[in-house]
Write a protein that binds this ligand. Structure first.
Ligand SMILES: Cc1cc2nc3c(=O)[nH]c(=O)nc-3n(C[C@H](O)[C@H](O)[C@H](O)COP(=O)(O)OP(=O)(O)OC[C@H]3O[C@@H](n4cnc5c(N)ncnc54)[C@H](O)[C@@H]3O)c2cc1C
Length: 377
């Protein structure tokens, strides 16, 4: 089959590698001239993701703890005992995928338009026909917006790599701050080692200005960071769902961020995108008729889409339950004092955000009494 892939991010590149190894003729169009640039991703992934997809080569740091801060900086620490989360060098990771399929990639070529009925794309003013077009354009959603045009919940995210002294910071710990400045999301602080820290936030309003404010004025962060030198600033749209249930339109298929295949709690899309690549590859092995591949792919990926949609409902429910900084502070102080923390730490699964509420449900008596105390005290 002749297949055009739009976008040489990790998902487009993995798709190209897998489909070419099945014997298809693929061509990847990437609008930027360099792989992985501009960067937008923090690169936080689970240990099992690293072991399965990355190896140790592109790992910048490994963490065995996540420390969470309430708006008034009451903190609780989830301790995984050994490392369970890592931060990877996204540019290096993307390049490794590119090296496996560079001969099929056209860099610096933007796909301007798509005709999904004819599986045709417009590049450099020329219309080209394929058997199938795969949209891996990421979160820009220019093609998604002009074709399926679904509702997308997203917020701008900005982050910086800083050189600083990092006073009293445990290099083994990811820090997450819930703050009045980031009411719909959070601030993350990732020590990368060698005096370098990655800090970012998601906010609907003035994310860059707020990040600068946090660096200089946040009572915990400004003390930890002290004097700093900005090495780079980057960011992009953080998607929060809902994942497309049917990620295709005739002979145009959507995958990765273009299909909103992300974890709604964090906006992380590497694992979920690569899982979808597996489903898509399977659909190709099972269908010889090009017209059936979209339906098959949607069916094979339905469990994942539904799981992500359920996670989104859960996130919204949690937002409703813990809806003010005051309630969040109270919840943090109760969680810190009760045995809930041990329950959550024991069942911690970074790839499966349902694990935390699920373990809370199984220990419902602890959860309910904890939250009731938080809400009423
Ligand atoms: C601030 C921030 C932090 C994040 N942190 C994490 C994290 O810690 N962990 C995690 O798992 N995920 C994280 N993500 C999400 C993660 O970056 C994405 O899920 C992942 O990059 C999706 O890969 P993709 O290949 O679908 O899209 P992308 O990586 O966005 O790649 C899409 C590619 O398509 C190209 N393109 C777009 N339109 C066209 C066109 N018309 N023609 C040609 N080329 C085109 C783009 O240039 C780009 O190279 C974060 C996102 C943001 C914004």
């Amino acid at each position: 089959m002749e297949i055009a892939i739009i976008g040489a991010g990790p998902i487009g590149l993995s798709t190209a590698g897998k489909l070419s190894s099945l014997g298809h003729n693929v061509i990847v169009y990437e609008e930027h001239r360099f792989i992985g640039i501009p960067q937008h991703c923090a690169g936080v992934v689970s240990r099992s993701f690293i072991e399965r997809y990355v190896g140790s080569k592109h790992v910048l740091n490994r963490f065995s703890r996540i420390k969470l801060y309430s708006p008034s900086n009451i903190s609780v620490t989830l301790d995984g005992n050994s490392w369970f989360v890592g931060v990877i060098d996204r540019i290096g990771f993307d390049y490794e995928l590119y090296n496996k399929c560079y001969e099929y990639c056209c860099l610096g070529v933007r796909v301007k338009a798509v005709n999904y009925k004819k599986a045709a794309i417009e590049v450099n003013g020329i219309l080209k026909n394929y058997d199938l077009v795969i949209n891996a354009e990421g979160a820009s959603h220019k093609i998604l917006g002009k074709t399926l045009n679904p509702y997308v919940d997203r917020i701008p995210g900005v982050q910086m790599d800083l050189e600083c002294k990092l006073n009293n910071v445990d290099l083994d710990t990811v820090q997450v701050f819930f703050s009045r400045l980031t009411p719909k999301f959070f601030i993350w602080l990732l020590p990368l080692g060698d005096g370098i820290v990655r800090i970012g936030l998601g906010s609907d309003r003035k994310p860059y200005t707020r990040l600068i404010y946090v660096l200089n004025k946040h009572p915990v962060i400004s003390k930890q960071i002290g004097k700093y030198r900005v090495l780079k600033v980057f960011g992009g749209w953080i998607l929060r769902g809902p994942a497309l249930k049917a990620p295709y339109l005739s002979r145009l298929l959507y995958i990765g961020d273009s299909a909103i295949q992300v974890k709604p709690l964090t906006g992380g899309g590497l694992l979920t995108g690569l899982k979808s690549v597996d489903a898509l590859t399977k659909a190709f092995t099972e269908c010889s008729d090009v017209n059936n591949i979209g339906v098959r792919y949607a069916k094979l990926n339905l469990d994942l889409s539904m799981k992500l949609r359920r996670q989104r409902v859960l996130v919204k429910f949690l937002n409703l339950l813990v809806n003010t900084p005051k309630v969040m502070d109270k919840a943090f102080s109760i969680i810190g004092q009760s045995s809930l923390l041990d329950v959550i730490s024991k069942d911690l699964d970074f790839d499966n955000h349902e694990s935390i509420p699920r373990s809370l449900v199984f220990k419902a008596h602890l959860a309910i009494s904890g939250f009731l105390r938080a809400l009423t005290s």
